[in-house]
Design a protein around this ligand. Structure first.
Ligand code: FAD
Ligand code: UQ1
Length: 412
């Protein structure tokens, strides 16, 4: 068929969490998922893959294995939206119509915005955990590192998992200490932003760790270019006295977090806000202009940090409001509070589990202890238990995030 009750754009973490419940509730072939990829990745595992604590295989499943049974998988990408006609146009030119649209296409990683990055990635010490193609190289380059300058970058744009650019630094530093190359290694973190982490409670702990472990932080510096011949990284200085100048540093190891942004096909559409994200109400997740359109996850305008953890709470709200539309129930009753989480791995046996609302800036911790302290328990939960929750429950539409445990533990 070319017409569906609900069309979901994207079969990533957000798309499948929503499509599973909707297709189960609405019955066979009422829901279509437009997704071009053969493989679904649990990207949060990539920090562990990059440091050799998990394998890339453990982060992937065949798309056909995770696609909900009752949903129709349309294996193509959406090229454009026609929300006035309730239609999406596929790359093959075909139009698909819907009663309701859910946009869950993720964030676009703009590799090409760093000069020479596409050509140098995966070679001579240049790597990134932000791609399935290069994440194993991170581990390879960490293991073969013999000392020198190790640089880790974080761009000034919004990114997915704002903690990931520094998590890999902590894990690399630990390995270099254990391999006795730490004393001949200079580790530098370059962030395009003015803070190490948005929420002070966690930022304060991270700053202490950086100080204790001699990790040097450079603020308002944005990677612009890689010079592979001389093994140098060029940064734009964004603030301070040197604002407008560049800074060039030699590297022996370079972990890049590329700039990211709204996907081009969304940016070019009537669904976008001025920054290119799908323009939705931050509480109801309903589009601000098209009533039968919803969005969630990394491609949305939701002003909170972009994580799979955030999607656990967002997906519950979206499904509730969309099903209320279909069944003519109380409109927009469910509301998203901005919950998000960032498990900040600081070593192979410890982690700071940041949980907070991006709307209030306040911590929203699940467990009845101070999660800003490095702990083995939260490390093991993140590495072993949350991935199981993801595959067995979140992708099946039955995990609404830890809010009910906050009630149970009395932590909310
Ligand atoms: P995605 O899961 O990226 O899925 C988007 C899907 O849309 C993809 O399958 C893609 O193929 C598809 N798509 C794209 N364009 C089109 C199109 N034109 N038409 C149709 N389909 C399209 N989150 C955490 O919660 N905790 C963590 O510890 C954590 N660590 C991370 C570490 C790394 C290194 C990375 C890269 C991410 C991490 N994240 C973490 C973030 C998390 O992976 C994302 O926030 C989450 O996957 C977002 O889900 P999504 O569905 O919005 O996007
Ligand atoms: C979570 O629910 C989730 O999704 C499955 C994540 O995605 C990777 C997370 O990182 C976190 C922290 C949560 C929250 C769950 C608990 C038990 C605190």
């Amino acid at each position: 068929p070319s017409s569906y009750k609900v069309v979901v754009v994207g079969g990533g973490s957000a798309g499948l969490a929503v499509a599973s419940t909707l297709s189960e509730t609405l019955g066979k072939n009422a829901v279509a998922v437009v997704e071009p990829a053969d493989i679904h990745y649990y990207q949060p595992l990539w920090t562990f893959v990059g440091s050799g604590l998990k394998t890339l295989d453990e982060s992937k499943r065949a798309m056909k294995e995770v696609m909900p049974e009752n949903a129709q998988w349309i294996k193509d990408s959406v090229a454009s939206f026609s929300p006035d006609k309730n239609a999406v146009v596929l790359a093959n030119g075909e139009a698909i119509t819907y009663d309701y649209l859910v946009v869950a296409a993720g964030i676009q990683v703009n590799w090409g915005k760093i000069k020479n990055l596409p050509e140098t990635l995966g070679k001579n010490g240049v790597t990134s955990n932000y791609s399935a193609q290069s994440v194993e190289k991170t581990n390879e380059f960490i293991k073969s590192f013999k000392g020198g300058n190790a640089l880790f970058t974080m761009p000034s744009t919004p990114i997915k998992c704002a903690g990931a650019p520094q998590k890999i630094m902590y894990l690399a530093e630990e390995q270099w200490r254990k391999a006795n190359v730490r004393s001949q290694t200079n580790i530098q973190y370059f962030t395009g932003l003015g803070k190490i982490f948005a929420i002070d409670k966690y930022a304060n702990q991270l700053l202490k760790i950086c100080k204790a472990r001699n990790l040097n932080i450079n603020y308002f510096t944005d990677l612009a270019e890689i010079k592979p011949d001389t093994k140098e990284a060029v940064f734009n200085v964004l603030a301070g006295e040197a604002k407008g100048t560049t800074l060039t540093l030699p590297y022996d190891f370079l972990h890049v977090t590329p700039p990211m942004g709204a996907p081009d096909f969304i940016k070019a559409s009537a669904l976008a806000n001025a920054d290119g994200w799908v323009d939705i109400n931050k509480e109801t997740l309903r589009h601000n202009r098209f009533n039968n359109v919803y969005a969630l996850g990394d491609c949305s305008s939701l002003p909170t940090s972009k994580t799979a953890a955030a999607i656990t709470a967002q997906s519950a709200v979206l499904k509730s409001n969309l099903l209320s539309d279909i069944y003519n129930e109380n409109r927009d009753a469910a509301k998203y509070d901005g919950y998000t989480s960032c498990p900040l791995v600081t070593g192979s046996d410890k982690l700071i589990l940041a949980e907070f609302s991006g709307y209030t800036g306040q911590p929203q911790e699940t467990f009845p202890f101070d999660q800003s302290q490095e702990r083995l328990s939260t490390y093991l939960i993140t590495k072993e238990i949350i991935p199981e929750i993801y595959w067995r429950s979140m992708l099946k539409g039955t995990w609404d995030g830890p809010a009910k445990y906050r009630k149970l533990f009395g932590t909310n």
